[in-house]
Write a protein that binds this ligand. Structure first.
Ligand SMILES: [Zn+2]
Ligand SMILES: [Zn+2]
Length: 1020
């Protein structure tokens, strides 16, 4: 005898299911259940993992969902008996989501009636319509509904659901349902409405329920269960509970039998309507056309490579997919949207010839197998396209229009509990004061919800909060229990799936907060199912580039960003100074430090830079050997002559994934596909045993090819040290290209480039005040906002930067346009008579200096309407000079503070400039002085910019931060010991004084020894 749970919630019921899918299936397996159903609220998000885990545990998966019927129709369980039933369920769920308010999906029974085939319905928990009517003693109606639904689904396909969880009304309800079933000939089914695997998890589930219903732990709420009975009960337990209704247990097996086991097949990419009907031939023609324009003469090498790639593309059935991406890129080009292909797609010469990517993989000698490996189980060509952030939606619209709404959707993302969200959500339920939670949540670094206590001990800024442990223990325990639990669903920023069959054959659709259609599967699910996705990503840097280029074009029409020479020595000079704040990928503290030491000379150096400053190479300690060899301080010795060709560009260091593949091919005699599989194996399972197996094979193969054992072992040790940490060269090359070219803009067109960066905030590494300081240091004047001269956006004004009106706090589009259209404005009075604007906005305009050219005294101007009501727009009817005759203007410090508050920086001065005299008296140097002095010790003060805690090889903490004063940026390194003593200041103070040693090896870096606050700090 046995039993099957047909009503079960996983964490994908979002805050209404506690145990992970793996845990639930393990538990079911240990209890000896042959099958298990998944029935989350309104979604199938858990289905892919559920099927996978079911396979692992040898349990038959039954797929369903719990839906809510419209007009108070209550809960209903639907189970799919076939793949067709699954599609119907997906349609019903899509309808529920798309026709209802977001977060309140529901669907009418009439709609279900049209799509009921191959579905079995269970009447649901106590929130179901029939149980509700019975509990309210409306028996006649209950009978009518039951008989109606039994007609809709067919008598065989509809069951009255009994639950026995010791709720007070249950015995009466179950007896009535039993009688109703007997009278109408409807079957009964026993479920336990499972929400967690074991009884112990009830408390965690209860906390989730409180979070979901915004209830405090000591407050009642009807959704909170009175007991912990909703766990995965054993057959024995269910048998005891349903002694009176043995048939209700039996029917679970009958239903299980009727539910076929099915898989979700890949709906495939849409077939592409090629002229002439032969799409492969069309693709081939396009590729050769592109090749001719890119290479001119098609050499034997080029032809061989293209033929090889094309044959794999054809064999694997990716022809349509490539044509689809080509078509999209053609559209993007026709609209002149700035774009760049990134990722491993740049390993493909076909992608290059089609214009999808801009890196020539033949010239760079990049292996195609990193992109498509004919031997990989999941052969997904993943193509990523970065787009000017303003036009990503346009590209998506184009796809939707071309392939139809039913065939294009965005992949979802699950927001899972990590430390911050867990502290806030659980803390609120437990009744902790919000400011207390806020303090911890703000300071805790990015970490898992199960790492909080560890973090509190480790980080001085958290230790310093002096959190009373006993009071918080329970909170942190609960946070830990919620670690990784999905909290809600949202749209993925890039992933788009385009399918031949309508998408709902795979997943229901729902709306994201922004209103776009998303599927209920995330990118891992999609990959698991083998559905190719296209990543369309917003890249604000491309928007900034576009803006910079169009403003350069005003003066210099022939300027072409794409044809910037790659050997501009002034650009390399700039890179060597490390003063690259603003340049794409080259602006972080670590990158600038690398640039100072690297002294790049060519684009290969830049491409290596992009790949070097990543957690992998940093942890694997690749940076130093790379630099030593690059600068000739250590000889590059290749243990085997064949390595020279492969590792020459990286000075004998294995830096790129493609190099691993090549080494495995050239030395180990692997086929390219085998070699990529080896690379993946190293990336994914870095277990010692697995590595040894791979190593033995590599050495054996190499020996057969005449390589000495020691040499082969040594070469393998290179690969092992790298162990999949490395970076895809194609991706580095795509990014390196943009990186270098933005550095070129920074060197030759700084005003245009900084203007563009300021217009596209938030983006990049630095806040506007740092960009403004850097621009000023380059001799560019920052012109204050001006009521007549400022545009809405920042603009270049004769080599200087005019602050745009949009930078002023609280201004919306309407207000900005009102100002621009009212010009010329002759006085404040004139302005107020013609433009209706709220008082606080006018105040902001005055206080940031926008009226300075019309009225010299900001304070007097402000006085002129001090007594006006604050919210209402108003007119100034009395001339200003009559209102406030004699008032002194603000002093410099006051002006500065107000500007900082309203603009986020001061156009005229820097906070450190205002403190300079006093700092001098204290023996504090400016950033410039530190960089130029020959001293070994220095004291310097500045604004704290972007403190970072990168991973290190030793696992010890190192903090990198940048100090900004009026003369520039100084990088500070803080080692563990100093950090442990002063760390609490770093993340809480805007401005600090640092004492330390000037790094002898690297000019322009200070190693901190002592850190102080500054007493007379202007409040920022
Ligand atoms: Zn329910
Ligand atoms: Zn339920």
């Amino acid at each position: 005898m046995s039993f099957v749970h047909l009503h079960l919630h996983t964490p994908f019921s979002f805050l209404d299911g506690t145990s992970s899918i793996g845990q639930l299936l393990d538990c079911a397996a240990s209890l000896g259940f042959p099958a298990l159903a998944i029935t989350d609220h309104h979604n199938l998000s858990g289905v892919v993992s559920f099927m996978k885990e079911a396979e692992r545990t040898g349990i038959k998966p039954i797929i369903g969902a719990e839906i809510t019927l419209s007009e108070g129709g209550g809960h209903l369980i639907l189970l799919a008996t076939t793949r067709n039933g699954y599609i119907n369920l997906s349609k019903i769920l899509t309808r529920a989501h798309l026709s209802s308010q977001r977060k309140e999906p529901h669907v009418a029974i009439d709609y279900i009636e049209k799509h009921h085939s191959d579905l079995i319905a269970l009447s649901g928990c106590e929130k179901g319509k029939i149980p509700q009517l019975i509990l309210n003693r409306r028996f006649e109606e209950a009978r009518r509904v039951a008989s109606h639904w039994s007609e809709i689904f067919g008598r065989e396909h509809f069951f009255l659901e009994l639950q026995s969880t010791f709720r007070p009304d249950q015995p009466r309800l179950n007896r009535t349902l039993f009688e109703l079933g007997r009278e109408l000939g409807i079957g009964l089914v026993a479920t336990n409405n499972v929400h967690y695997a074991t009884k112990e998890e009830f408390q965690i589930h209860d906390v989730l329920t409180c979070i979901r219903t915004l209830t405090a732990i000591d407050e009642p709420h009807p959704d909170r269960e009175i007991n912990g009975e909703l766990y995965l009960k054993s057959y024995g337990e269910m048998h005891t509970l349903f002694k009176e209704f043995p048939n209700a247990l039996l029917s679970t097996l009958e239903i299980e039998e009727r539910c076929e086991k099915f898989t979700l097949s890949n709906p495939g990419p849409p077939s592409f309507d090629a002229p002439g009907g032969d799409s492969f031939r069309f693709l081939r023609d396009l590729v050769y056309e592109g090749a001719r324009s890119k290479y001119g003469n098609i050499t034997r090498t080029v032809e061989k490579r293209l033929e090889y790639e094309l044959s794999i593309i054809e064999t694997l059935g990716f022809t349509s997919y490539f044509l689809l991406v080509w078509d999209l890129v053609r559209y993007i080009q026709s609209r002149a949207f700035r774009y760049a292909g990134r990722g491993s797609a740049a390993d493909s010469a076909v992608a290059y010839c089609l214009g999808i990517t801009k890196v020539d993989p033949i010239a760079r000698n990049l292996s195609f197998e990193r992109f498509i490996n004919p031997q990989r189980a999941h052969n997904l060509p993943d193509i990523d396209i970065d787009l000017d952030a303003r036009y990503r939606d346009k590209a998506l619209e184009y796809l939707t229009e071309k392939y139809g709404e039913e065939h294009v959707a965005t992949v979802c993302t699950f927001y899972r509990y990590r430390a911050r969200a867990a502290i806030r959500d659980v803390g609120k339920v437990l009744g902790f004061p919000e400011n207390e939670l806020d303090k911890i949540a703000k300071l805790i670094p990015w970490s898992g919800a199960d790492e909080i206590e560890e973090a509190l001990l480790k980080y001085p800024e958290l230790r310093n909060l002096e959190i009373p442990e006993e009071r918080f223990t329970r909170l942190f325990e609960l946070c830990s229990a919620l670690s990784n639990c999905p909290r809600h669903i949202g749209a993925h920023l890039g992933g788009v799936v385009i399918t031949k069959e309508p998408i709902i054959t795979i997943s229901p659709l729902q709306k994201s907060a922004k209103g776009i259609h998303i599927i209920q599967f995330d990118k891992d699910d999609v990959e698991q199912l083998g559905i190719p996705k296209l990543d369309l990503l917003n890249l604000r840097m491309l928007s900034a580039v576009e803006d910079a280029v169009s403003s350069i074009h005003v003066r210099e029409e022939e300027f072409d960003f794409d044809r910037i020479p790659l050997d501009n020595h002034q650009t390399y000079e700039l890179l060597r100074t490390g003063e690259t704040a603003g340049a794409f990928q080259l602006e972080s503290h670590a990158q600038r430090s690398l640039q100072r030491r690297l002294e790049a000379e060519n684009i290969d150096d830049i491409i290596s830079s992009v790949a070097l400053i990543r957690p992998g190479p940093v942890q694997a300690n690749l940076v130093k050997p790379f630099l030593m060899r690059r600068k000739g301080r250590k000889k590059v010795v290749h243990p085997h002559p064949k390595l020279e060709k492969i590792l020459k560009k990286t000075y004998g260091v294995v830096l790129f994934q493609e190099q691993v593949i090549e080494i495995a091919v050239e030395i180990g005699g692997f086929s390219p596909s085998e070699a990529d599989s080896l690379r993946r194996a190293m990336t994914h399972h870095r277990s010692k045993a697995a590595m040894e197996v791979i190593g033995r094979r590599f050495v054996e193969n190499a020996r057969k090819r005449g390589v000495k054992r020691e040499v082969a072992e040594r070469i393998f040790s290179y690969i092992r040290a790298y162990a999949g940490y490395g970076f895809c060269e194609a991706h580095a090359a795509a990014f390196g290209d943009i990186a270098y070219k933005t550095a070129y803009l920074l060197r030759h067109y700084p005003a245009h480039f900084y203007t563009a960066l300021l217009n596209n905030q938030p983006m990049g590494f630095y806040p506007p005040h740092t960009l403004v300081t850097e621009a000023r240091r380059r001799g560019i004047r920052i012109l204050p906002p001006d009521i007549n001269a400022s545009m809405i956006d920042y603009a270049v004004e004769i080599g200087n930067i005019r602050v745009g009106l949009k930078q002023i706090r609280e201004f919306g589009n309407t207000d900005l346009h009102a100002i621009v259209t009212a010009r010329p404005i002759r006085s404040l009075q004139d302005f107020l008579q013609r433009v209706r604007m709220k008082k606080n906005l006018v105040e902001n305009l005055i206080l940031c200096g926008a009226f300075d050219r019309l009225h010299v005294n900001r304070r007097r101007l402000l006085w002129s309407f001090m007594d006006r009501p604050s919210e209402e727009p108003f007119y100034l009817d009395t001339p200003i000079h009559r209102i406030a005759p004699k008032i002194d203007d603000y002093n410099q410090m006051q002006k500065f503070k107000l500007e900082w508050e309203i603009l986020g920086f001061s156009p005229t001065t820097h906070p450190l400039a205002l403190l300079r005299d006093e700092l001098k008296r204290m023996g504090v140097m400016s950033v410039k002085e530190v960089k130029e002095c020959g001293e070994t010790k220095a004291k310097v003060a500045g604004l704290i910019v972007r403190p970072q805690r990168p991973p290190t090889r030793s696992g010890r903490t190192v903090i990198f931060l940048t100090l900004e004063d009026e003369t520039g940026l100084l990088d500070i390194t803080i080692f563990e010991r100093t950090y442990q003593s002063y760390g609490h200041l770093i993340f809480t103070q805007p401005l600090l004084l640092v004492e330390g040693k000037v790094d002898r090896k690297e000019k322009g870096v200070l190693i901190a020894e002592k850190i102080h606050t500054i007493n007379s700090t202007p409040r920022l």
